[in-house]
Design a protein around this ligand. Sequence first.
Ligand code: HEC
Length: 186
Amino acid sequence: MGKFILGVIITLIVLILGGLGFATLGFFPTQANVAPPRWEHHLANTAVDASMERHAPHVTNPVPPTDQNLEEGMKLYTMNCALCHGGLDLKPASLANSFYPPAPNLPTHPPDDPEWHLFYTVRTGIRYTGMPAWDKTLGEPDIWKITSLLSHLEKLPPAAQEYYKTNFGVVPGGEKKEGMKDRDKD
Ligand code: HEC
């Protein structure tokens, strides 16, 4: 038993020293201009989702998806999010692939996460990525309005849909072929 514990301790020390050596000797890559490998993308997404599930309060959106709130959501999105996540006119963001991991195009691939999940993501950001926390910049009602917009992009009520077409020149979500709508999750 004593030998087993000693073995575990030595293995841990070797792993820690190996990790420190890997980082301090400059082996850790810093480039953000490459795409993460699939396994890393999958592992990181699973960890983010599990952390949200644990930390984010499962609250209901207090801002109703009225035409006015959705239209304000469009303005707020355009001013704060389009730079990285792509415009509501469905043009890709020039910065999207300059982050590690890249910023997903939200207007062409609307997230299917519950609203409490989206709200928490936007309010608190995602650590170790380019996704900022917006709690110091936007008030909670505004974050909820953007949340409403994102979760209603594919089912906007008629007046909001008309406003969208007039201002952005396209149909929300784009006119894509069947089976192309869901975001590649892995
Ligand atoms: C400076 C660039 C930048 C800005 C501005 C930005 N984001 Fe992000 N965002 C990112 C990046 C990069 C990611 C990818 C993080 C990841 O994959 O874990 C991300 C991830 C997200 C996600 C999670 C998507 C998913 O794959 O589950 C949501 C939702 C989101 N952002 C919403 C917003 C909203 C809403 C705004 C505006 C209030 C915004 N972001 C502004 C860079 C940005």
